[in-house]
Write a protein that binds this ligand. Sequence first.
Ligand SMILES: [Zn+2]
Length: 117
Amino acid sequence: MHEMSLMYEIIQLVSEDAKLRGFQKVKQIQVIVGDLSNVLPDALEWAFLYFCRERACLLNEESQLTIIREKAISQCQNCLFQFEPDYRIALCPKCNLLDGLIISGETFQVEFYEGSD
Ligand SMILES: [Zn+2]
């Protein structure tokens, strides 16, 4: 489950930044998870809860994770029609060409975090 190591990386980076800013705790972390990012939101949530219980870095039982889902959107390079692909490669529903370019859904990043004393 690579979400475990992804989550730990996030917690470490956020905690280091929070320490530099003089915070004692990390209250909330908000991440954006694209539908095509190969990250499972449920597994991410589970990993976060685990690290909260372990009080890893600056987390504690009251820390919260907010996951914002980013929809997958592909744009056909032939007719410019935008559609929601099931996979990275998808047929344009209008012209049936395999000419879609992913324009949304691959994001995996920390949007913001909130620290406290
Ligand atoms: Zn098309």
